[in-house]
Every structure is written in C-alpha cells, then in structure tokens.
Design a protein around this ligand. Structure first.
Ligand code: NCD
Ligand code: ZN
Length: 347
C-alpha cells in the first residue's frame, strides 16, 4: 500500500522517558502534540517508588501539557528489592497508574535502585499476576562478564523463562526489544506476553553507531545490534501480530552528557516519532499496518479503550532542527538537521 497521506486513530506511546522539572517543558509538548497517551518511565533520580509519588509526578507533567492537547500520562512504579505488596495493591485502585517497571540494578540510566535478585521481588510479582498488573521489563542482564551484545539473549534464558514458568499468567511487556531471540521468545508465549519496538531499533543497526566513527547520539540501551536482529524486528513490526506495538523509548540527555568520555545511553526521538514510524512503514510498502501497531495493539494489551479521534499525516519533507533546549543545555534529536519524509497534517 502506498499513498501520500494517511489518517489513523490517534496513536499512543507505550514507553517514554519525560524526565522532570524544566525538562518537562521540552519533552511533554513533543509527545503531547500527537500521542493520546504515554506510559511514563519511573527512572527519575530518585526513582518513583510509590503511588503517591507517581501521582505527584503526573501532576507536574500535566502542568506542561500544551493547551488544546488531551494528552494523558500513564504512570509506572519502579520495582526495587523492597517494593511492598501493599503498594502493588494500591495501583489497582488508581486509574492513572498502570504498571511496574523492572530494571535489573545497574542495567541502564538511573537503574542503581533496580532489582538485585529477581527472587527478592517474587512476592510483589505474585501480587501483580493475581491483580493483572503488567510488569514492564528492561530485559538485559548486568553481569560484567556477559558481552553487551548478548545481554538481552542471556536475560531471556536466565531470568525471563524462569519468571514465566513460576508466574505463567503474569502480564509482561518486554520493552524495547532488540534481538531475533526476543522476537522469537515473545511470539512463542501466550497473549499475556507482548513487546514494544522503538523506531531507532527498526531504522538502525550497530554499523550506524560504530562504522566509520563512534556516534554517541546512536548510543542507547539495549544497544543497537547487528543487522540480522534489525531485520527480525522489522519483520515483527510488519507482521501485524498484536504482540508487537509502538514504544519509542525516547530518552533525552543533554549534548554534553552524550558527547563525552563516558556518554549516557538514550536516543531522543519524540520530536519525530510518529513521522518516522510512518516513514518506516511506507518504505516497507506497509502503511496499512501502521495504525494497528501505533494505535490499537498497545491499548488492547493494556485493556484500555482505543483513542476515538484521528491524526493525519502527509508525505511532505521537513528538516529536523539540530537541537532543542533541555534544562539549561540542549538535546540533539534523532535525524538532527536531516530530512524526514512525513509530517503531521495540521489542516
Ligand atoms: C533510558 C534513559 O535514558 O532513561 N536510556 C536508554 O538508552 N534507553 C533508560 C532505558 O530505558 O534503558
Ligand atoms: Zn526506556
């Protein structure tokens, strides 16, 4: 299917980092300009570990939503070794807190308070399984002896499979998957296991990060993998399977924190997220698969209503700015200074 315009049900972003304080002035408008809802990651510093804190964070986000946008942030709690079962129970009664995020300790940005041993959180997970609360997983082991390109595959064998054996009905979103192994794992599981796929893992592979020079703005976690894995993600996104849906993992860091001796992980895609997903589906002759991936399958998985209104996009080139203000610094977005083939139709 090929066309110069498309109208889809308003999409949602099922995985985003909005940060806090003045950064919200940048991140929230970028996401709220098009997405109806977004699942907001709790890896602030300190992390969001209670329902009360999640609701206060939500209020700060809402203050940054531009007028005229009906954007709804959906909040998450950060799973620590000591998160109490009572806190899980509170989530069930709170419409705008939806899920719990699992970071293995040390896996990524602000994950120092993450889980040190999965068995420590089995009581909390048992409660989540009972109440139908999704566990959102950053699926990488952190053992220093495991190669960074193998950390997702090893996580599947050593953590995810045993977890699902013990809690077979647990709702799991395997976040930002990056390997063929993850695609196959998710496909092999029943309906309670799904995955988000970022636009950068669909568009790029590790050559974009490393060949001809190190490009710190392509450094994210899980790290970009070799091309066969990228191909597996592309096939999964185009397959029309409801197990795979949109989650940008848009994760801004200041330019100085990226372009330095030990740069932070994260790619800032929010300013062009839906445009780039549209370009991607178009380039694969699969525009007819965009709407379900971006606007249906995530809502269905979370048992939320699909958005009612529509957004339309037109095939018309624009140039992404070189950077945006972020706090008192700047953030360099995906495709900075380059063209993007699709844009939102504002008429
Ligand atoms: C995220 C961040 O910066 O918060 N970084 C990233 O590379 N994706 C954390 C995460 O989701 O791993
Ligand atoms: Zn993330």
């Amino acid at each position: 299917m090929s066309s110069d315009s498309i109208s889809i049900t308003r999409p949602d972003d099922w995985h985003i980092h909005l940060r806090d304080a003045t950064a919200l002035q940048t991140t929230v408008p970028h996401t709220a300009r098009v997405f109806g809802r977004a699942i907001v990651m709790p890896n602030l510093n300190p992390p969001v570990i209670s329902v009360a804190e999640a609701l206060r964070y939500r209020d700060r986000i809402l203050l940054a939503v531009p007028e005229g946008s009906a954007f709804k942030p959906l909040m998450t709690l950060y799973l620590t070794d000591t998160l109490l079962v009572q806190e899980i129970t509170k989530i069930k009664n709170e419409e705008s807190v939806l899920a719990v995020k699992y970071y293995p300790a040390g896996a990524t940005t602000n994950s120092d308070n993450g889980v040190t041993n999965i068995e420590n959180v089995y009581p909390a997970i048992a409660k989540m399984e009972e109440l139908g609360i999704p566990l959102l997983i950053h699926g990488e082991v952190t053992d220093t002896e495991i190669d960074i390109f193998d950390r997702e595959r090893v996580f599947i064998e050593s953590i995810l499979e045993p977890l699902l054996c013990k809690y077979p009905a647990l709702k799991i979103v395997f976040e930002h998957i990056t390997t063929q192994d993850a695609v196959e794992f998710v496909k092999s599981q029943s309906d309670n296991v799904a995955a988000t796929i970022t636009i950068h893992h669909l568009l790029y592979n590790r050559n974009d990060l490393l060949a001809g020079g190190v490009r710190p703005h392509f450094y994210c976690l899980p790290i970009l993998k070799r091309s066969i894995h990228q191909q597996a993600l592309i096939s999964a996104a185009l397959s029309g399977s409801p197990k795979f849906f949109l989650g940008t993992d848009s994760a801004p860091h200041s330019r100085s924190n990226k372009e330095t001796d030990c740069g932070c992980a994260g790619i800032y895609s929010a300013p062009a997220a839906i445009e780039l997903y549209t370009e991607f589906f178009d380039n694969h002759g699969a525009l007819d698969k965009l709407e379900a991936f971006a606007s249906f399958y995530g809502a269905d998985f979370y048992q939320l209503p699909r958005n009612k209104d529509k957004v339309s996009l037109i095939k018309s080139t624009w140039t992404m700015p070189e950077n945006f203000m972020l706090d008192d610094s700047v953030v360099v977005p995906i495709r900075e200074g380059q063209t993007i083939a699709w844009q939102i139709n504002k008429d």
